[in-house]
Design a protein around this ligand. Structure first.
Ligand code: HEM
Length: 404
């Protein structure tokens, strides 16, 4: 699609789904932020924004920027979704409200208080085991040994999944988040692996597979009460399984990398482990695990002097908003004592991450457990990125922990 005449914004030839861009997105974010509040990315015929104020404005306006036409590049008004649409992420009110009410209740602060003990015990014992290996002189992998292991243990436990086969959740997440981009090689490769994985996921969304009293079962209880149908219940369980693992895996991986690359900040964290929560928050701001989401205009939208035609895909760069100098002093600096509140890593508005309490709990507990035992994290090899159309991900990060 060519840039409509009513959209008098700079046109740019940046491909935000190319290998180079995904490997190092920040210089292009900066170019787009400098070019203006809005840019037109001509390769895909989409409107995009990298500035905090505009990202926030789009995500806060679910009437003019809808989710039911897909939160990726594809416009579901014009092409069929590759999988049945999510009842929550890819829905607008009133459908969205129905699903959101149930998930928000399940993930309330009260629930989090209940799971805290188990999540904490698992964090402590995992960090103890890894530190023992470091004391024996071994190199550990921050991704394979920690960032993947912990969320794959605690979150599916809370949902009520059996222990076997959980690695399928990583493959599924990789595919889902690639599918928000174009049909490029990354998506093709992820999709090739995913056929048996999808069958496993859908099987494990069935009530019989879920431990009574777990998050998954609570969704079925909501169906028993008539809040959603029994056909819809497995779809909402699927939302937990798609959104709740790969996101935190990469949130934790990115946090570890930030701390390894900034020994002064690791020192501060070690001196005051109470900073664990704000350290996790700051790493989410600086290296946002979820980099982008789209919206679609359902009708003509007038905004900031622009007239945006109906069915325009609008790309919000959450990660770029989080480094906008208009919002943050010294945005490139990793400062665990910064007040990072207001970052866009969990989105904002009615679709803001419903699982953020769980993600924050995981981040805080792991960083706190490390902070009390470790004074320095040393990288002993180049971290290997796992490119994904939406996630800032890693596949490996060899490191050594220097005990206190
Ligand atoms: C560091 C970890 C996480 C990050 C960075 C993250 C990021 C996000 C973002 C940016 C959105 C907004 C989507 C939009 O505006 O279209 C979102 C929504 C969502 N997240 Fe998370 N998330 C994380 C962890 C989790 C966890 C642990 C769960 C499950 C417990 C979860 C479940 C969801 C769901 C179901 C939605 C859809 C909410 C809605 O549409 O109303 N997320 N997440």
């Amino acid at each position: 699609m060519n840039r409509p005449d009513t959209l008098n914004v700079p046109e740019m030839d940046i491909d935000p789904f190319s290998t180079d861009f995904l490997a190092m997105p920040y210089p292009d974010h900066e170019r787009m932020r400098q070019a203006g509040p809005w840019v037109w990315l001509k390769r895909y015929g989409i409107l995009a924004t990298c500035r905090h104020a505009q990202v926030k404005a789009v995500l806060s306006d679910h009437v003019n920027f809808i989710s039911s036409a897909g939160v990726g590049l594809a416009n579901f008004n014009q092409e069929a979704p590759f999988r049945p649409k999510s009842l929550i992420l890819e829905a607008d009110p009133p459908d969205h409200t129905r699903a959101r009410t149930i998930l928000a209740r399940i993930l309330s602060p009260k629930t989090v208080a209940q799971i805290r003990e188990h999540f904490s015990a698992e964090a402590e014992s995992l960090v103890d085991r890894l530190l023992a290996r470091c004391r024996d002189g071994a190199v550990i992998d921050g991704v394979k040994d920690l960032a993947e292991v912990y969320p794959l243990k605690v979150f599916p436990d809370a949902v009520g999944l059996e222990p076997e086969g959980r690695h399928n959740l990583l493959l599924y997440g990789d595919m889902i988040f690639n599918a928000f981009g174009p049909r490029n090689e990354l998506l093709q490769r992820a999709a090739e692996k995913v056929q048996p994985v999808t069958a496993w996921i859908m099987h494990h969304c069935q009530r019989e597979q879920l431990r009574p009293g777990g998050f998954g079962d609570l969704i079925y209880q909501a169906a028993d009460q008539g809040e959603i149908s029994h056909q819809e219940a497995p779809m909402l369980v699927r939302s937990f399984l798609s959104a709740g693992v790969d996101t935190t895996v990469n949130g934790l991986g990115n946090a570890l990398l930030c701390l390894a690359q900034h020994p002064d900040q690791m020192e501060k964290l070690h001196a005051d482990p109470g900073l664990a929560r704000s350290a996790f928050e700051e790493s989410l701001r600086l290296e946002s695990a979820v980099q982008t989401f789209f919206r679609t205009t359902p009708h003509e939208v007038a905004l900031e002097g622009l007239v945006i035609p109906p069915n325009t895909k609008v790309l919000t760069f959450l990660a770029a908003a989080n480094r906008d100098e208009r919002q943050w002093p010294e945005p490139e600096k990793f400062d665990i004592q910064r007040r990072a509140a207001g970052h866009m890593a969990f989105g904002t508005g009615i679709h803001a991450c419903v699982g953020q309490v769980v993600a924050r709990l995981e981040g805080e507990l792991i960083l706190n457990a490390i902070a009390r035992r470790v004074k320095r994290i040393e990288l002993v090899g180049e971290p290997v990125r796992r490119l994904n159309n939406t996630l800032r991900a890693m596949s490996s990060m060899p490191m050594r922990w220097i005990p206190a």
